[in-house]
Design a protein around this ligand. Sequence first.
Ligand code: TNX
Length: 618
Amino acid sequence: MKKLFSLALALSLGATVFAQEKKDLTLNIVPLPQHVQINNGSFKINASTNIAFDSEEDKKVAVLFQDFLKSNYNLDLPLAKSAKSNSIYFSSKNAKKGNTEAYELNITADKVIVGGKAAGLFYGMQSLIQLLPVDKKASLEIQQASIQDEPRFAYRGLHLDVGRHFFPVEFIKKYIDILSSYKLNTFHWHLTEDQGWRIEIKSHPKLTQIGGQRKQTLLGNYKTDGDYDNTPYGGFYTQEQVKEVVAYATSKYVTVIPEIEMPGHALAALSAYPELGCGDNPGPYTAAQTWGVFDDVFCAGKEETFKLLEDVIDEVIPLFPSEYIHIGGDECPKTKWKTCPHCQKRIKDNNLKDEHELQSYFIQRMEKYINSKGKRIIGWDEILEGGLAPNATVMSWRGDQGAIDAANQGHDVIITANSYGLYFDHKQGPDQNREPLSIGGLSTLNSVYSSDPMPSKISEANKKHVLGVQANIWTEYIGSSNKVEFTLLPRVLALSEIAWTQPEKKNWKNFSEQRAARQLAKLDQTSTFYRVPEVYGIKDTTIYASEYTIENLKPSVEGAKIFYTLDNYDPSELDLEYTGPVKITVPNSKERIFKAVVVTPSGKRSNYIRVNIINTKK
Ligand code: TNX
């Protein structure tokens, strides 16, 4: 009897544990959906499950899901034109009118219905994918639930600078996969820089032939007397490759916004066409080999400058279906314009007050041209200087002021400033000694997550002008695809949540310890690099005590282990495993240094967190 009772107890305990685990599954979606209702029971995907769809557009998403199951779970399920029982059904039939990015996901015992149109349907599929188990060999059970979801912001962007370092087409596609899997919808492709022009322009082939190359690259941190690698560096995308990327992005419901920088960050272009620099005998110029802001910019006085840029725009526009063309506008020193007879004549002829108004003239003139081709411009917030171009959208990167000014003038804005943690080129932890080479600054997972990209100083009526949010990956110090991935992940998870989820729903503990930890466990099984967040539950601190207990530590990746040392060596999987409270006793006038790391199932290691415990008693 007693035995029977304990068996029943064990069974029911087992059942509750199982139920809780299942509940967590549904909560493990990143970005967190707006409405989740968890129901009892599960849907089991098995060999006789079919993947049904309505329209041809719906079929595209159904096929993406089919491919995902094939390549990730080794399960090849058939497609079906109508949903019977045991179906996963992608359907636009009952999609609500309104937000085309909205979706519904209903999981019952015999059917999964993903409801939405185009992008919405795709995002429903992404949520469904996230509900699949981490363990690839486990049975494919999905918690019964009902989800209604839609994004907070219409613009959810990620940028990549391919000028400082060049990344191959295959990697750009992977980048698009990653961003779209977290429901971001815009890829801002920063294609031209001082250090390299990366897009083929047939009417001006020297832009890539000469401007796509630099002689060598700075080694290590920025120094004016730095060392160089003495190795030529170059690369560019042909127009065919650009088309391939754009088509790929379109299939993932991602818009690609190209950026052609002007009037600054133009040294590579000037190296190819020196006659477009200031003065009567400009140049020669070479594509930059180091980082920073350079005085040599496009001459704003010469008609030839506008001719070349218009030719470039004429070739760029047909390649990109995007409503927007980004024309840069940032960091344009006025030094050369001040003494250039052509620029000064332009100022005089157009009754401009100064060189800032000349910059405004430049941008407005290019805007007019681009508008005449049916496209709109975006520029960095310097385009506010000397008067904003009439239809421009502003990317606010130097804090909030640009966003506030532009929105209050009735212009659309996109928030990208690092005051919101959005400069992903900044380091991910405060201690430079524990981080790889970077530009400096700080943008932690937590700083991204805890920001709300809606500047409070924008008036209620103008808040509608905040289209959304974007993180930037500038690549001065990022020379490999692996490092781009490390830079992106896991902060892109936090970006997706501030872009998608209503701010009152955010919860750092749930995000970091549960949902992100689950997604990172999935990532850990792939070849994608990511930065393992530090152990949760302790911070770098110094404690004065003769005895101290370290407890409640949590790994940042589901299924990972925590290891520690007490001897000030950097811990690894060779050291002591943390399995519960660690009581540390410190003799009088001694110190103990507790250092802990997370080690993931694939063997990736986090940075350590350190707690110094000092006993000051003599
Ligand atoms: C500023 S953000 C820049 C870039 C640099 C970046 C480094 C912006 C519009 N300009 O040229 O790469 O800082 O963080």
